[in-house]
Design a protein around this ligand. Sequence first.
Ligand code: ZN
Length: 172
Amino acid sequence: MTEVFSEENRLIVLRTGLNQPDGMLLRSVLEAQDIYAFLANENVAGMNEGLYANLMVYAHDLERANAALQKVATMPRCAIPVRRDEDGEEIACRHCGSERVHPFEGVVPTIIPGVKITTRKGEAWYHCLQCDSYFKNSLSRLASIPVALMWGGALAGLTLFVIWVIEFLRWL
Ligand SMILES: [Zn+2]
């Protein structure tokens, strides 16, 4: 059977230029109201910057879909400044993956109630506008390769020292 584009199965673009999380959010809003929605380019939009997803619905659902999304606004992707780290990668929230983040300087709440830390200049702290969390966009100083090599060296040295002590005691 050949596919015929009739009024029944015609797809209409409802929103364009969506990033993947926004597209999925809108789709779930529609699906919650039993409106079938299709996110064209969903995976591409998730992988590549500059590529966006389009939200499509059946023509006969258009009126209901418009009504359902009337109160849902998404920020145009171009309105979010893209921030990059030193490696040229987009800075995204550590907690929700959103790129809607901005540099933050000031007092950051921690998971321990009542305990707050003040950010220092040069520390790359960011605040996420999507989930309202704070994160530091730098690798932990205890997780870098030089530190790992240093630890390896220190432990090797300790082992050699222990062997030397044992040999020394045997010699006595
Ligand atoms: Zn977030």
